[in-house]
Ligand binder design. Sequence first.
Ligand SMILES: Cc1cc2nc3c(=O)[nH]c(=O)nc-3n(C[C@H](O)[C@H](O)[C@H](O)COP(=O)(O)OP(=O)(O)OC[C@H]3O[C@@H](n4cnc5c(N)ncnc54)[C@H](O)[C@@H]3O)c2cc1C
Length: 293
Amino acid sequence: MSSEATPGRKIKELEVMVADVITETPDTTTLVLFTGNDRLDYAAGHFLTIDPHQFDALERFLAFLEDLKGRKEPPRAYSMSSAPHERYLAVTVKEERYISGTTKFPPLLSPLLVRRTLRGMRLVVTGFTGPYTMPTDITSQTDHAVHICAGSGSVPNFSMLKYALEHHPSLRHSFVYSNKEWKDVIYRDALADLSTKHPGRLRVIHTLTREEDKSVYGPNVRRGRVAIDLLRETIPDPSACMVFVCGPGISKWDHEAAAKAGTKAAPRFLESVLADLKELGVPARRIKREFYG
Ligand SMILES: Cc1cc2nc3c(=O)[nH]c(=O)nc-3n(C[C@H](O)[C@H](O)[C@H](O)COP(=O)(O)OP(=O)(O)OC[C@H]3O[C@@H](n4cnc5c(N)ncnc54)[C@H](O)[C@@H]3O)c2cc1C
């Protein structure tokens, strides 16, 4: 199956069955979805959407939130963590938290998907689409793909990485992955296994902002945020590599709150990485980004 979007491909609704529920980290779950005989026509990096209105358990909460917000709750997007050549479709969902005084509303769908979705449950998903994919001719443009992710931003990159390791043998990958603590690292073992399986083709560098345990740190597990020095080290070829950045950025809610306070929203992961890439001289056309608000 091709990783590339087929021209004329139609977005369609699929009824899927949850074939497996994998706990990745304390707040993140992978849902492996069985799709029957439906042809899975998606590219690595694409997402599907899930409409919260299909869940009886959310009915009252949804009605209440819609009254409060004065609008219908839209479907939520989830990138595929599976790759197109794999047998099952999978998404990986990180639970959003309600933080008193910070978040305006309790998150609607991710707590249900992470905590209350069981094997055998049926879901309706709509897919597949999205602009965050590797160019089909990537190997004619570079031999080095740089993935820079934070939190659940690793999901589409994990799919792209698996697909490219399988289908683009001349491509090397650097995977820079930021999390708070070591226990928060999604696909930790899977990434380590891929580096072992593809020697010389994948380098994974973790960076942790709040890990107190000194024993986890080492050459490939750094302390702090993704900063320009780490990017400089990872990208010796700024004008020749291709970079794929995915993670939290300034949301429209952040912009609204800042405007109300008469300030400007502070840069988040995405804005700060994009500013550093610019400073390093990576041309804008060599950067693809996906924003998780
Ligand atoms: C292309 C794309 C791909 C994505 N892929 C993934 C993925 O692979 N894995 C993953 O875990 N997530 C992914 N996401 C994020 C996901 O779509 C959801 O946004 C996330 O799961 C939170 O949904 P929720 O219903 O739990 O929270 P929501 O109910 O959407 O709330 C989230 C936050 O927004 C605030 N908020 C909501 N409505 C308002 C409002 N009207 N005014 C002010 N603040 C508001 C809430 O207070 C809360 O802080 C992706 C997003 C995009 C755009």
